[in-house]
Design a protein around this ligand. Structure first.
Ligand code: C2E
Ligand code: CA
Ligand code: CA
Ligand code: CA
Length: 279
């Protein structure tokens, strides 16, 4: 009877609302969701710090649950990681993005690379390389249009395998971003070992960059370090003009955050792509 107290409260409130949010039901729902097309990919632009040109976008999953409505990833991704469905969900996102890229190209849109989040579990599978290879073969998209975002939880347990896999993926032409940099135990050693194209500075650093000298200094250091290693830097969670001004002065390459755009549906992203810039 672990965590009885907490679970009790949860079950009680679920019983009251009548919502099937307990884990068993949500897990079964998740399996159905894949079949019934209830998941949806949103896109959040990554823009050039100086010009606002759209350089890339991150694919972020949402779930349109038939009873619970719109669910953000925090409500189901951790559960999917627990029950193993994350691999299938990850495959679905990757394939959806590739198909979308093809469709945009078919409409003569100026496409940009799309980054997808790969969970540690998905990344540590033995067949991660062959799965990406079949995805590329099947969808026939330019591998340079795909970037995978990994977090430290992917490499902390089996650095050797991850270093090999990343090298392999990059040989195939797929780009690699290190997500949430600055949180957890991400270290300089890892930056040295992992061959990556992009480093994403976590939102928690950006949040107070305009008020906290420490965060500002750390951010400057990360940017300089990354540039010294030929790595592009993305600042995550940029919400204010002040943050943008600081990041410009520090030569941060790309900005992702509500200041420019929240994650948006494909139709909306497509009209942004048509313009190519966000003011
Ligand atoms: P993440 O990979 O760090 O994604 C960035 C999150 O920050 C997104 O939340 C995005 O909406 C949010 N964000 C971006 N700019 C701002 C801002 O200016 N202010 C604030 N407050 N937030 C901002 P989202 O979409 O809710 O995703 C949360 C997390 O769920 C992601 O964090 C990622 O870890 C996970 N996730 C999302 N989609 C997928 C997926 O397809 N596969 C996997 N494995 N994980 C996913
Ligand atoms: Ca991410
Ligand atoms: Ca992130
Ligand atoms: Ca995160």
């Amino acid at each position: 009877a672990k965590q009885l107290g907490k679970n009790n409260v949860q079950l009680f409130s679920n019983a009251l609302s009548g919502k099937p949010t307990d884990h068993y039901e949500l897990e079964a729902d998740m399996r159905k969701a894949l079949i019934n097309n209830e998941f949806e990919v949103y896109y959040q632009p990554r823009v050039c710090t100086n010009t606002g040109k759209i350089l890339s976008a991150e694919a972020l999953i949402r779930w349109n649950h038939p009873e619970l409505g719109f669910l953000p990833p925090i409500e189901f991704i951790p559960l999917a990681e627990e029950n193993g469905l994350i691999s299938e969900i990850g495959d679905w996102v990757a394939k959806t993005v590739c198909i979308q890229l093809k469709a945009w190209q078919g409409e003569q849109l100026q496409v940009v690379p799309i980054s997808i989040n790969i969970s540690a579990q998905g990344f540590l599978r033995n067949d991660v390389i062959s799965r990406f290879q079949s995805l590329l073969d099947e969808t026939n998209i330019d591998p340079h249009l795909l970037e995978i975002e990994i977090t430290e939880s992917s490499y902390m347990f089996n650095m050797e395998k991850v270093v090999q896999d990343l090298a392999e993926l990059r040989k195939m032409g797929i780009k690699v971003a290190l997500d949430d940099f600055g949180t957890g135990f991400s270290s300089l050693t890892q930056l040295k070992e992992l061959k990556i194209d992009t480093l994403k500075i976590d939102r928690s650093f950006i949040k107070h960059i305009a008020e906290k000298k420490q965060d500002e200094v750390i951010t400057s250091g990360i940017i300089e370090l990354a540039h010294g290693l030929d790595i592009q830097v993305v600042a995550e969670g940029v919400e204010t003009k002040e943050q943008l001004t600081l990041l410009r002065a520090k030569n941060c390459d790309q900005i992702q955050g509500y200041l420019f755009s929240k994650p948006i549906r494909e139709a909306e992203f497509r009209s942004l792509l048509e313009k190519g810039f966000i003011q």
